[in-house]
Design a binder for this molecule. Sequence first.
Ligand code: NAP
Length: 289
Amino acid sequence: MSHSTGFGISGAAIVGGVCGQPIKHSMSPILHNAWIQAAGLDAAYVPFAPAADHFATFVDGLRGGAVRGLNVTIPFKEQALAAADQVSDLARMAGAANLLIFEEDGVIRADNTDGPGLLGAIAAQAPGFDITARPVVILGAGGAARGAVAALLLAGAPKVAIVNRTLDRAHELVAAFGPRTLAVAEYALTDHLKDAGLIINATSLGLGGGDGPAARLDLTPEDAVVVDMVYKPLRTEFLRRAEAAGRRTVDGLEMLLRQAIPTFEAIYGQPPSPEVDVRGLALKLLGEA
Ligand code: NAP
């Protein structure tokens, strides 16, 4: 691993980045470059916003490792999976990739760290929580829910109830994930909350400050944990309702930060320094600090 000359990046710098459309509000460049700077690495992390219909050409042009690795975000996660030659189990199960690694021999590897980010956030903010003990209820059946269900099943969740406004999308996930999952219509949600150990909002409800999903969180077991993937605002209406009912909560910002740890390691070959207060940095960027 080469280290910084103190004059910025050299010709030998390792380049990583994030690719999305739009990308200018992404926090990833600030977080990854803070880790790069703290480690004194000769490296950079840059944003890319290829035209929506040029993603495949863009990625193909990076074969060989001119860019070592790319985070991938909306709307390219499914296309990223299709562009790869080798796909991890999690990315395959999730049907989407948020990380592409470009090997020197031209091979492109795809992975998905959104699920591990969710599990890491639960471990950090609800320590001791046992995912194998009770069923999970997940609200939403979009890309984020799919990645979460894959990671939850691999981590040993006994049952995952997928609740979605458009029930057909929940059925699609059940068809993909099999017998430990079930599709639940919104009107039947309450029946499943009573013995749920983990309740996750993976819809976009609550984004920007509106009401979250209308779930009776007070009916869940007292030791249940409530997660909201939405992180703008940080304390969503859904999380505030969970707190008011006395439940432990996990926020979407922690999930976002936790998924970035394995991606940094995959691109730059070493874990990010725990000394950097990335959460503090992110809270400032979100206007929450
Ligand atoms: P997506 O694929 O567009 O899916 C959106 C989901 O929200 C669908 O299940 C959709 O239901 C549901 N939904 C939207 N509006 C609704 C409404 N008015 N009533 C009921 N359900 C509604 O989006 P995604 O990529 O899965 O992302 C979902 C959320 O997770 C977003 O807020 C995103 O920012 C967040 N996220 C956070 C992280 C993190 O690291 N914290 C990572 C990934 C995503 P239908 O199927 O019925 O349309």
